[in-house]
Write a protein that binds this ligand. Structure first.
Ligand SMILES: Cc1ncc(C[n+]2csc(CCOP(=O)(O)OP(=O)(O)O)c2C)c(N)n1
Length: 280
């Protein structure tokens, strides 16, 4: 599906349909970022599949709550929200422009976003509050928090993780985009956060660790979270360049610069993947 088309995603989508949605999300993100010629496209390339599974299947948009902790991932949130009809897709073209509703780093003024999270590491604390409030209100409402791996370097994340386990917040699910990148370069060069899975487990969480570009593996992981009464985290191992051959390895995935040729090459590669996905 190309940017601008309306999603026809069924209520119980197949893995092939979710894979096609992931490509659609990435193409929409590319279109948004291309207007400026730079931006947070790598975040959509790494987390596109996670957002496809969350927004296309896992989250009940009527009842559940979603927290976007790293505000600079807003581009992939906007694309996913528009794909499932939560945002008017005509607004996407305004992404990042002065005065536009869809800011490059989302704030509490952004449609569908409750927390300002440009200052990283805070989203899980908010999500824990929502999850506790939902339980006090009688339950039946799940809370999803999307976190990036750079945020694991923030102490506040671990305070929230400890609190969630202590209170047995089983309706809380973290989707963690472990792409190994942060603003100053590879995470391993800045402050090592490994072993990530063992750390969450030591904090009392149910942990799933998967290839974050594998739709089937993501679906199984989120399904397993539903069956556990502890707070859960899905550690999605991803690539900030989305494993695309069209982007040179030397590119700064955290903040990609796009000239016309690179944009066209990425678009062509994604469209090729999309054709394969929709015939799977
Ligand atoms: C509290 C705080 N410290 C530092 C920053 C500066 N900062 C902006 S993006 C970023 C990298 C965060 O890591 P991650 O989201 O994993 O990076 P990505 O995957 O987008 O490359 C940092 C440190 C910030 N926004 N907030």
């Amino acid at each position: 599906m190309s940017p601008g088309e309306t999603s026809t995603l069924p209520e119980a989508p197949s893995s092939a349909e979710l894979a096609a949605l992931a490509v659609q999300i990435k193409l929409e993100s590319l279109a948004m970022v291309s207007i400026q010629g730079f931006g947070y496209l790598g975040q959509a390339l790494s987390a596109g599949e996670t957002f496809a599974v969350l927004f296309g299947e896992e989250i009940d948009h009527e009842t559940d709550r979603f927290v976007l902790s790293p505000g600079h991932y807003a581009v992939v949130y906007y694309a996913a929200a528009a794909a499932v009809g939560l945002l008017d897709r005509h607004q996407l073209a305004g992404y990042g422009r002065d005065g536009a509703l869809l800011e490059a780093i989302s704030t509490e003024r952004t449609p569908g976003v409750d927390l300002t999270c440009g200052s990283l590491g805070q989203g899980l604390s908010g999500a824990v509050g929502y999850a506790l409030a939902a339980r006090l209100a009688g339950g039946g409402r799940r809370t999803f928090a999307f976190l990036s791996d750079g945020e694991m370097e923030e102490g506040q994340v671990w305070e929230a993780a400890m609190f969630a386990a202590h209170h047995g917040l089983g309706d809380l699910v973290v989707a963690l985009d472990a792409n190994g990148s942060q603003v100053d370069g590879p995470i391993t060069d800045v402050t090592t956060i490994e072993p990530i899975a063992e750390k969450w487990a030591a904090f009392g969480w149910h942990v799933e660790e998967v290839d974050g570009h594998d739709i089937g593996a993501l679906r199984r992981a989120f399904a397993a979270c539903r069956a556990d009464d502890r707070p859960s985290v899905v550690v999605a191992r991803t690539d900030i360049l989305g494993r695309l051959r069209s982007i040179p390895d030397t590119a700064d995935g955290h903040f990609l610069k796009l000239d016309v040729e690179l944009e066209a090459a990425i678009r062509a590669e994604l469209e090729g993947i999309g054709r394969t996905a929709s015939h799977a």
